[in-house]
Write a protein that binds this ligand. Sequence first.
Ligand SMILES: C[S@@+](CC[C@H](N)C(=O)[O-])C[C@H]1O[C@@H](n2cnc3c(N)ncnc32)[C@H](O)[C@@H]1O
Length: 202
Amino acid sequence: MSIPKTQYFEAQPAVASRPRTVRLRIGEMDLTLQTDRGVFGSKGVDLGTRVLLREAPPPPQEGDVLDLGCGYGPIAIVLAKLAPGARLWAVDVNERALELSRANAETAGASNVTVGTPDKVPDEIRFEAIYSNPPVRVGKAPLHSLLLEWLPRLKPAGAAYLVVQRNLGSDSLARWLAEEGFAVSRLKSKKGYRVLEVKAGS
Ligand SMILES: C[S@@+](CC[C@H](N)C(=O)[O-])C[C@H]1O[C@@H](n2cnc3c(N)ncnc32)[C@H](O)[C@@H]1O
């Protein structure tokens, strides 16, 4: 019997839906999030995501903030609750993930989250900050072009916070970003993950 293969970054996951809920506790926040098969972290909020939410600096209190590759929305929703005056853009290519993000933002009362495919973000928007558990598994070249598409949309004083597993190439990603002219620092190293801070180079 062949087992259907699916990847969390497909637009339409091939696997049948099997909804479930997962819990995310961050500081005072205690969220119940809907998830499903065919989306990243469907069995529980990813450890890297939790490291990012605990270790990255708090979001700016106003302006536009991007969650690049939002999945079912844990990053965007926590940031939106921490910064009710900011506008969170939660983008993904996986339609099932986007529907879950919308539902989760509504349940959490995070009305400052706009969920959609990447093309739904108006071209003129520049971000105060970007937070991402990026889709490393898409492969190096697609990941690099994704980052080169979004990082230049930071405001001059803005910063991106990326969480990447050490075993999945966080250090080579940091080196590549530096070669591309970004100012990169390793903000935290925890539980096998690095949180990278990426700013425009001088
Ligand atoms: C590692 S997962 C993180 C998901 C979620 N932020 C979390 O922390 O659970 C990366 C996400 O990036 C999405 N993705 C893949 N390619 C993308 C692209 N070109 N643009 C935006 N998102 C993409 C995937 O579908 C996936 O949901």
